[in-house]
Structures are given as structure tokens and as C-alpha cells.
Design a binder for this molecule. Structure first.
Ligand SMILES: O=C(O)CCC(=O)C(=O)O
Ligand SMILES: [Fe+2]
Length: 610
């Protein structure tokens, strides 16, 4: 700053007592490796164009490159190519104001580094690290036009401001941008639908007109007029909405299973596109020739097996849903701009799910609606603006600048084998694990399990739910990724069949799990207590929960102490279905093939920092 003072024809020590409090920031930046393609889209960058807000920034970068600085005359961004042993110095906004723009703050950004000769077209952008030291004036220093920077007779460009006031303003501007995704999110649960309606009507004036995503769950004892009152009060908030009827969220308070609930997210109209899809799905996976583990279970009559008992793989796979055209409003969206697609669907979401792969960097989350034949007379009840549909799907695409992060949890799930590598698989079958017979491994694990309740006379207790999970390495730890329900197995042939049309590929690390028949997670209670926990960072959280049918109506009378209880979960969108959900997550590391999560108690969702 002394050399800046000299350059501006001020006394060398001019800034000394205005910057000595060290009101500075040091930021260690780590940009993970990422597919080059993900950085090439419009609006995608490691750091978007911005200027720093202080006086000077000292930037230490490694040799990877990607930092670019705008030439204020031409508007062109030019690479600030790393030079070993040097520091990049940026002028910030407060120095620009102080000097009346004699020294301008530089607009800069971090993009994919230049291609090295060795890398191919679908390369990976290497990790990059940098250290930025942001220098600021003292907190209370008044930043007003320096005397030597004013042309005699002219006025300063900017009014005086203190460092603190300026930084507060910049930061509050940033947080306005952060909440752009959802202007409101909440879940309200009550025994009395009238209380929910009262809550919704209070929201009306604040949220009116913004696109709305919602789910409604009612007890089977709710009468039809209560349900239609709930639907109309949600629709009164906005004409632009998509929703569905969902199931009660599992809770340890049985009375709550008989409560009604509404979850809603009011979204910014700029970033949200609503849609209705009639893309056909596909029937249950086409394979499953036998059943030996649950001996008493009949084969599913819908599964076509040819006379020889062999599957025709070619036709099974080509029968897929390629070539489906997305609903009109989605065809027009640019593929890279969408970061999340949320939808509610009937039990055949495959067509839509696969067509959504157009949005190659988006996470998709679909809740398969609750079965509602006894409530509305329709198999599923999907709502779009003023219309009601019994099939297909309704949903939203989000393009907000803030990308939410996916999360998942499977409470109660117990590993019963060690991690193993898939050594043979085809279609929905896993034929070998570590070159051994998967059904045999599974039966052995259950027979040697300490809990006798897992076994029955026939071998395995019919209530037992078994899963195969794929594992991902993270910092030397194994993390659970996708989970597939094991529909059948044949100890003599060895293979096990999964509830998917595409079993984990050869070479995938997997592990087998069971969900004990007694597992009954208290999801509502857990969400409530994690919301109340002190010191947790505020986030907005949308979660789809897969419940088991037994979690539904328990038939027990509500406790009187619960009477009249109304619970509002702020910043939470919690919706459940006994039919499960579809998840295809996209992260910096890549894109996951969509899969169906039907683990009772399993939760998948998205989280936004606020
Ligand atoms: O990582 C870099 O090179 C630049 C980071 C930056 O501009 C910032 O954090 O303000
Ligand atoms: Fe910067």
C-alpha cells in the first residue's frame, strides 16, 4: 500500500494508520477435478466473474491455470497464466472507490485450464489450488475520494462509506442471491386439516403467484371435502403448481400416521419451469425366471419369460424408452442450465427418467405418488395447475445459480457381507461376486446371523428385505451409493435378481444388506430434532422418503395428548410414499444412472445452503 500511496502522489505513509488493524481475510481454495464437459457450458466456471471487494488481493496460484482477467477496454478475458514464484495482485472495489477509479478493480474468473497436449477431448480438468489473501482497510476507516484523485472542479464518483458498511452491503447482496432458489419451504402436520388451511392462508400474500411444488398426505379417514379443501387452499397460493398425494412420514408417534400434512416449496419464477409428462414408462424388469429363496412366493405373472425359460436380452433392452420427446417446455431449455429436476410420477417413471438424461448435469429426484384408490378413486393422484391426473408425471426443472447438494440416508440397514467385486452380471442379474455364487453367500450370511428371527422353515423369513448396495470410496472409507432390492435368488444357479433393469456392472464394489423386520425409523422425530439442534448451519432441505406399507395406518386411536397438535417444520420439504422414489444424482464427480429407491425408511434429497 506504500507503493500505491507513492504512485498516487500521496505521502508514503498515507495508508499506514488506515490499514494497520489487519481486517483481512485469507482464503484457501481447492477446486476438485471435474469432467471438462461440465465446465464448458455457458455460465459454468470454477469461479464466476467477479471483483474482490477490498483494497488489494494477493493471489498465489499453482501451475494448473484457468484464472482469467478482463481487459476493461475490450471486455475480453485474458488468461493470467501462472508464472512460478510470482503473486497475482488484484485491485479491489474499495481501492477503486478510494481512488475514484484511477485504480480500477479487476473483473476476474476461474475457468477450465487450457488443454494440455496429452489430454483427449473428454478429459478431466485437473484439481487446482490457490490461496487468496484479501487485504481490507480498517473496519471503521472512511473510504472517501483521495485528494490527489479528483480532477479540480469535478465531483467524486462515490459517496464516502466505511469498510464495514461496504462489506455488509456486498455480503447482504450475496445472500439475496443465495435464497433465490426457494423463497419459502415448509412442512405442516396437523390432526386438524382446518389448522393446515389456516397456516396456508397466512402464506398466501407473501408467496402469491410464484411457482409452487407441493405434496399432501391425508389419512384414509379424512373425508373427501377435507381433502378438496386442502387442495384448494394450496392452489389458492399460486396458479402455477405441481403436486401429488403422498403418504404419512414414518414417525414413532402412531397417532401422527392419522394426521394430515402439506409440504410446499415456493420457487422463483425466473428459475423454475413446470411440466406435465405423459411419456410411457416400462413394466417391471423383464427378468426373474425362478424363485427358490422364498419358496412359497409365486412368480410375478407380469414378467414375460419365453417358453425355453431363457430371456431375450436384446429385445428386453432395446424395448427401452429411447427417443422419447420431453414435454414441450423442457425441450426448449438449454441442457446445461438445469441443475435439478423434481417430479411426482405413477409407478412407471422409466420413460421420463431416461428422457431427462438430456439434462446431463442435473440431479433428478422423483417421488412415485402414494397409491390413492381408496382416497380419490385414482391409482395415483397427480396435480398440475388446475388439472388432476391419474398417471404419467408432473414436475419442475430448476436452473437457480446455486446448485443444491444431494444427500441420502438409509436408517436401520445392516451390512451382512463384506464388500465384494461383481465378477459377472447381465441385465438385472448378478451372477458372481468375487467369482463365487452370490445366492450361496447370501444364504450363508443369513444362516450364520445371530438373530434367529431372520430364518424360517423354508430358509429365509419372508418378511426379510434384502438389498445389494454399490459402494464408493471416499477418503479411504466405503460409502453406500445405490441400493437395489433383491427380488429373488437361486442357490443352485447362484444368480440373484435385483429390482432394476440394470444390475451393477462387472468390476463394481458391492455389499449385501438386510433391513430387519423390526426396523421402524422415526423419521419425523429425527428431522424435528435435527432442526432444533443448536449450532447447525441453516439449510433448506427437500427429502423424499420411501415407507413400507406397514408404516401406514396402524389403526390405533390417537393419544389424547396429541389432540390439536400442529407442527410446522420450517425450511423442510418432507414427503413420503410407500411406492418409493427415483434418484439420479449429479455431482462434480459425475452422473449416476437413475435408480429406484424402495428401502423402507430410505431418504434421498437435496440440500440448499441459505
Ligand atoms: O482461485 C483463484 O485463482 C481466484 C479466486 C478468487 O478470485 C476469489 O476467491 O476471489
Ligand atoms: Fe477473486
Amino acid at each position: 500500500m506504500r507503493s500505491i500511496a507513492l504512485g498516487l502522489r500521496l505521502d508514503e505513509s498515507f495508508f499506514d494508520d488506515k490499514i494497520h488493524e489487519q481486517y483481512h481475510n485469507l482464503r484457501l481454495l481447492s477446486y476438485p477435478p471435474i469432467k471438462r464437459q461440465l465446465l464448458s457450458g455457458e455460465g459454468q466456471a470454477r469461479a464466476g466473474a467477479h471483483s474482490d471487494y477490498g483494497t488489494l488481493t494477493l493471489l498465489f496460484q499453482d501451475s494448473v491455470g484457468g484464472l482469467e482477467v478482463q481487459n476493461p477496454r475490450t471486455g475480453q478475458f485474458q488468461p493470467a497464466t501462472p508464472i512460478p514464484g510470482t503473486i497475482v495482485i488484484n485491485a479491489g472495489d474499495l481501492l477503486a472507490r478510494w481512488s475514484n477509479d484511477v485504480l480500477r478493480s479487476t473483473l476476474h474468473r476461474v475457468v477450465a485450464p487450457p488443454l494440455k497436449a496429452i489430454s483427449d477431448t473428454e478429459g478431466i480438468t485437473p484439481a487446482r489450488q490457490s490461496i487468496a489473501f484479501f487485504c481490507n482497510p480498517n473496519q471503521g476507516a472512511e473510504i472517501s475520494c483521495l485528494p490527489t484523485c479528483l480532477v479540480p472542479g469535478s465531483k467524486p464518483k462515490y459517496p464516502p462509506v466505511t469498510t464495514e458498511e461496504y462489506i455488509d452491503k456486498v455480503l447482504s447482496g450475496l445472500s439475496v442471491q443465495l435464497v433465490i432458489m426457494a423463497s419459502h419451504m415448509s412442512t405442516v402436520i396437523s390432526r386438524k386439516p382446518a389448522d393446515i388451511i389456516a397456516y396456508l392462508s397466512k402464506l398466501r400474500s407473501n408467496l402469491s403467484g410464484n411457482p409452487l411444488l407441493y405434496t399432501i398426505s391425508v389419512s384414509q379417514h379424512t373425508d373427501g371435502s377435507e381433502l378438496s379443501n386442502l387442495v384448494s387452499s394450496v392452489r389458492a397460493i399460486s396458479e402455477h403448481s405441481v403436486g401429488c398425494l403422498s403418504a404419512a412420514v414414518p414417525s414413532s408417534r402412531p397417532a401422527w400416521q392419522r394426521y394430515s400434512s402439506v409440504s410446499l416449496a415456493s420457487l422463483s419464477s425466473q428459475n423454475t419451469t413446470l411440466f406435465r409428462s405423459t411419456i410411457p414408462g416400462r413394466k417391471a424388469p423383464l427378468v426373474g425366471r425362478w424363485h427358490a429363496m422364498h419358496k412359497d412366493r409365486k412368480p410375478d405373472p407380469e414378467i414375460p419369460v419365453d417358453q425355453s425359460g431363457e430371456m431375450d436380452w436384446e429385445s428386453a433392452l432395446s424395448n427401452a424408452y429411447d427417443g422419447n420427446v420431453l414435454p414441450q417446455p423442457l425441450e426448449q431449455l438449454s441442457a446445461e442450465s438445469i441443475n435439478s429436476v423434481l417430479y411426482f410420477s405413477d409407478n412407471a417413471p422409466e420413460g421420463l427418467s431416461s428422457a431427462l438424461s438430456k439434462f446431463s448435469t442435473a440431479t433428478q429426484l422423483g417421488l412415485i405418488g402414494a397409491s390413492t384408490p381408496f382416497i380419490t378413486g385414482r391409482p395415483y393422484t397427480l396435480l398440475h395447475n388446475e388439472s388432476i391426473h391419474s398417471d404419467g408425471a408432473v414436475g419442475i426443472c430448476l436452473s437457480s445459480p446455486i446448485r443444491p447438494s444431494p444427500h441420502s440416508a438409509f436408517p436401520g440397514l445392516e451390512p451382512i457381507t463384506r464388500p465384494m467385486i461383481v465378477t459377472s452380471s447381465e441385465g438385472n442379474l448378478v451372477n458372481a461376486l468375487d467369482n463365487a455364487n452370490p445366492s450361496g453367500l447370501l444364504l450363508h450370511a443369513i444362516h450364520s446371523h445371530p438373530s434367529a428371527s431372520l430364518r424360517s422353515e423354508q430358509g429365509i423369513s419372508p418378511e426379510l428385505r434384502l438389498y445389494m448396495g454399490t459402494l464408493r470410496q471416499n477418503n479411504g472409507q466405503h460409502e453406500l451409493d445405490q441400493l437395489f432390492y433383491i427380488t429373488s435368488g437361486d442357490p443352485s444357479r447362484g444368480s440373484i435378481a435385483l429390482d432394476t433393469d440394470s444390475a451393477p456392472a462387472e468390476g463394481t464394489l458391492v455389499q449385501m444388506f438386510l433391513l430387519p423386520p423390526s426396523a421402524s425409523p422415526d423419521i419425523l422425530g429425527e428431522v424435528q430434532s435435527s432442526r432444533n439442534a443448536k449450532g447447525t448451519r441453516r439449510t433448506r432441505n427437500l427429502t423424499f422418503v420411501s415407507t413400507s406399507i406397514e408404516d401406514g395406518e396402524t389403526g390405533s386411536a390417537p393419544h389424547s395428548e396429541d389432540d390439536g397438535d400442529t407442527v410446522v417444520l420450517e425450511d423442510v420439504f418432507l414427503a413420503a410414499s410407500e411406492n418409493g422414489c427415483v434418484v439420479g444424482r449429479s455431482t462434480g464427480g459425475g452422473h449416476e444412472r437413475p435408480w429406484k429407491c424402495s428401502v423402507p425408511g430410505g431418504m434421498v434429497g437435496l440440500q440448499w445452503a441459505t
